[in-house]
Design a protein around this ligand. Structure first.
Ligand SMILES: Cc1cc2nc3c(=O)[nH]c(=O)nc-3n(C[C@H](O)[C@H](O)[C@H](O)COP(=O)(O)OP(=O)(O)OC[C@H]3O[C@@H](n4cnc5c(N)ncnc54)[C@H](O)[C@@H]3O)c2cc1C
Ligand code: SF4
Length: 432
């Protein structure tokens, strides 16, 4: 299997300077307001224009410690680049994401985050989960001189950036390099330590002054059909494809169930990395997909069989192997009356080696047994200071996301803000 390169190539120095020179350096820059982490975008772009890459990186990292990841994965068409005033002049917006990635990559080629000499700190914070929210919280605390220790259940740190965001958008090395830089700040990361199995909340609250829950969400819930044990959920599939693509080389035909952003990632990975024939089965109409328009556009460029208003009804197993699925076309997907749907259905068969369930991620219901209150949608309930229902326990990232985008940059901002309130509770100042 070939090595996958990032689909967006890095700018050369000349290209970066030329792109930076397109910025109008607005007095009240709308792009800054549209960046969830509030990066001073014109300021770092000016530094690039004057070839001060160290200065540019410093401006970015001050507000967003995962600037390299965000420069690659942020849905910029929905955030900073959408707000660029050049759009109103009917010009292409400044490529803010690409410039951000260029500045951080150039900086990290020659420099590292300054290792902090560990000062004995009175306050220690335990962080559960080493995804963007956990890393950002830990880094912000470490910079304020507060000891942060991350407990991560998986073997590798980095959360979805390490395991699931496809390598053509963010290679594994990029995610791990950022984690390493955060460790340089003095953050300790203990992997293969799971809250609820290896460690308990009660014990952590005795040893640490505060706990920050950044556990993200889990894989897609089961559909409830026979032989589902032969299916993978989207997160399992994407992490195999990223860390061990050869294990999927037997897959010549893959069916993806769903048409959200994760389903589109699965389809593109199945096509580009696994080189399989791909079919998407989606219950609703194309225009009802929750995916970003830019992602739908990418999907349409590939030869992928998209069956909308359809559903998988049964899996066919032969000699302990999945060989196909029966699907049915729904005449009226808006109608949830089963009898009517059965009367009007048309059945079709698809040969498959693998079915991937990409029908959304599961909420953190498991935290209820630790007396963490959830909101009506099943996310962790927090107040404006990121405090949960349990004193000294805070939460942020995807596990609290009741509105807004499920995105890396929002998780980074949550981690940063939660660190601010945790430090405030210790009467310490953190500048965010
Ligand atoms: C397929 C996919 C593609 C995506 N692509 C993009 C993109 O291109 N751009 C973008 O901005 N966003 C993207 N996102 C969303 C983005 O990745 C998330 O919003 C972000 O990672 C959330 O960060 P987090 O720290 O809250 O959670 P996560 O990244 O999920 O990290 C949570 C961490 O907690 C650990 N954990 C969980 N439970 C426990 C426990 N009990 N004990 C210890 N550790 C635990 C997990 O192993 C994990 O490492 C994508 C998401 C998916 C699923
Ligand atoms: S972090 Fe993301 S939203 Fe913010 S400026 Fe960078 S690319 Fe844009």
């Amino acid at each position: 299997m070939e090595i996958i390169q990032e689909s967006v190539s890095c700018l050369s120095l000349a290209q970066a300077i030329s792109e930076a020179s397109r910025c109008l350096y607005c007095w009240h820059p709308p792009c800054v307001l549209s960046c969830p982490t509030g990066i001073e975008i014109p300021k770092f772009i000016k530094r690039i224009e004057t070839e001060d890459m160290r200065g540019a990186a410093a401006v970015i990292l001050k507000d967003n410690i995962l600037g390299g990841t965000c420069g690659r994965v942020c849905p910029v068409e929905e955030l900073c680049e959408k707000a660029c005033v050049l759009n109103q002049l009917e010009q292409r917006p400044v490529s803010i994401g690409k410039l951000q990635r260029f500045a951080i990559d150039s900086f990290l080629t020659h420099h590292h985050f300054k290792p902090r000499v560990k000062l004995p700190s009175k306050q220690k914070v335990a962080i559960i989960g080493s995804g963007p929210a956990g890393l950002s919280c830990a880094a912000t605390l470490a910079k304020a001189g507060i000891e942060a220790c991350i407990f991560e259940k998986k073997e590798l740190p980095g959360g979805l950036s390490t395991y699931c965001i496809p390598s053509f958008r963010e290679p594994l090395e990029v995610a791990l390099r950022e984690v390493e830089e955060i460790q340089n700040l003095g953050v300790e990361i203990q992997t293969k330590k799971e809250l609820g199995r290896d460690i308990e909340l009660e014990g952590l609250l005795k040893e640490f002054e505060a706990v920050f829950l950044a556990t993200g969400l889990s894989g897609s819930p089961r559909l409830g059909m026979a032989h589902e044990e032969y299916f993978l959920d989207a997160l399992q599939f994407l992490s195999l494809a990223k860390l061990n693509p050869l294990s999927l080389s037997f897959c010549k035909h893959i069916v993806i169930i769903g048409l959200g952003n994760s389903a589109i990632d699965c389809a593109l990975v199945a096509k580009k990395i696994i080189k399989a024939n791909v079919s998407i089965i989606y219950r609703k109409r194309l225009e009802e997909s929750p995916a970003y328009p830019a992602e739908i556009e990418k999907l349409m460029k590939e030869t992928i069989n998209i069956q909308t208003q359809s559903t998988v009804t049964a899996a066919v197993i032969e000699e302990n192997r999945l060989i196909g699925v029966y699907c049915s076309q729904l005449d009226d997907p808006g109608c949830f009356d089963k009898r009517r749907r059965l009367k009007e259905k048309k059945e079709f068969f698809l040969p498959v080696d693998l079915v991937v369930r990409a029908t959304g991620q599961q909420k953190p219901f498991w935290l209820q047994k630790m007396h963490i209150e959830l909101d009506e949608k099943g996310f962790i309930k927090v107040n404006e200071k990121y405090e949960t229902s349990v004193p000294r326990v805070y939460a942020g990232g995807d596990c609290i996301r009741t509105h807004g985008l499920f995105s890396t940059v929002h998780a980074v901002e949550d981690g940063k803000r939660a660190a601010f309130y945790i430090a405030q509770s210790f009467q310490k100042k953190v500048f965010v």
